[in-house]
Ligand binder design. Structure first.
Ligand SMILES: [Zn+2]
Length: 383
């Protein structure tokens, strides 16, 4: 797809080459089924049918674009960028026409995971990305040319994801996750809405943290269940289990993953953003998979909502320490911040967060080579 900046929006009823182009992009993202040979033979006949519109809406939703089912400039550009996977082309810094795409996002993400500062993960190959890439190449004995070609890709793939600590049992913990395959079928996931019963958590007008996170947990339950996982919530509306009761529940359910949900609040009205927590002492001992999922879920939420990124942090809370599976607590925004509060009170935002959690869970259980970039993953077969 080109970069024509004066395109007419495409929508239902349109036909022709431009529509065929959109179809090709959607197919590459597995949002449309593969083309039959008959269709490929007649590009002029390619029609913007209801399936196209649905796929475009789906794409717009997961990318955080305005969802109108039409392909205007913004959606066109996003579709173009999403077509690039890491390894499709040589990546380098071009000051005149910076390279953009999901492959750049993926590269930036990987460099960050390996501990290199590659600037913001924004899908644009700028000078900071080049500096981060050169530093990585230098450290790994590659030609430090700032170009991401086959040798650099091979090194990135061999390194896989960052493994904190590197102790053998933790490496094994990682390996068993990688071997488990892409599907969530057979996965047991416990979602823990914080507070409950008489403990309302923070309140914003008539809305309580307890109700908000229960609503969010239900949405997450729906998404994960639709993807084949078995999901349990730790409480109903009127219950308030203790932290150890919550983890005992997850242990008893032999869960593969435990996700606790809270929103935060602060006396300063400026405090806002999304943070995640995993088990760790901050001085070596930590849960590798917990840390990995804490990063994935926080990044997916931040990428899709635009909320402030407050990072992932090791904690020794009972909730994280006494669970026998990787456990993560997500603090999704500040009810005390005017903008975060407005976002959290919007059901659409809570749906977006649920999609982000699904994407993070899928990424956790996917093999590293198949890992899609943040903010883009849709389970094949849902369309
Ligand atoms: Zn709370």
């Amino acid at each position: 797809m080109g970069t024509d900046s004066s395109m007419q929006p495409l929508g239902p009823g349109d036909r022709g080459h431009a529509v065929a182009d959109v179809h090709a992009a959607l197919r590459a993202l597995t949002l449309l089924p593969a083309a039959g040979s008959a269709e490929e033979a007649s590009l002029d006949e390619a029609a913007y049918d209801p399936a196209t519109e649905l796929a475009v809406r789906h794409f717009q939703q997961v990318r955080g674009l305005t969802v109108d089912g039409r392909v205007g400039e913004e959606t066109y550009r996003a579709l173009s960028e999403a077509r690039w996977s890491l390894g499709d082309r040589l990546l380098h810094h071009d000051p005149v026409r910076p390279m953009r795409g999901d492959d750049v996002t993926n590269l930036q993400d990987r460099l960050h995971e390996l501990g290199y500062d590659a600037g913001p993960v924004d899908g644009v190959f700028g000078p900071e990305t080049e500096a981060g890439l050169r530093a990585f190449q230098r450290d790994y004995g590659l030609t430090s040319d700032g170009t991401c070609g086959p040798a650099t890709l091979r090194a990135l793939r061999q390194l896989g994801r960052k493994v904190t600590g590197g102790r053998p049992q933790l490496l094994r913990q990682s390996a068993s996750f990688v071997e488990s395959g892409p599907h969530l079928i057979g996965r047991r996931i416990v979602v823990d809405p914080g507070h409950g019963g008489t403990d309302t958590g923070f309140t914003a007008g008539e809305t309580t943290e307890a109700d908000l996170v229960l609503d969010l947990a239900s949405r997450i339950e729906g998404r994960l269940a639709a993807a084949g996982a078995t999901v349990y919530l730790t409480r109903g509306r009127h219950q308030d289990p203790s932290p150890t009761e919550r983890t005992a529940f997850a242990n008893h359910a032999r869960a593969d993953l435990f996700l606790s949900l809270h929103t935060d609040a602060h006396s300063s009205e400026h405090a806002r953003g999304v943070a995640s927590y995993y088990y760790g002492t901050g001085s070596g001992a930590s849960s590798t998979v917990g840390e990995q999922f804490a990063n994935l879920v926080r990044r997916e939420v931040v990428a899709r909502t635009g909320m402030l990124d407050l990072g992932s942090h090791p904690k020794t809370w009972d909730l994280l320490r006494t669970s026998r599976m990787p456990a993560v607590r997500l603090d999704c925004g500040y009810l005390s911040h005017p903008v975060d509060r407005l976002l959290l009170l919007d059901a659409r935002l809570r749906s977006t967060v649920a999609s982000a959690v699904l994407a993070a869970v899928q990424r956790l259980f996917l093999p590293a080579e198949a890992d899609p970039p943040t903010g883009t993953f849709v389970l094949p077969g849902r369309t």
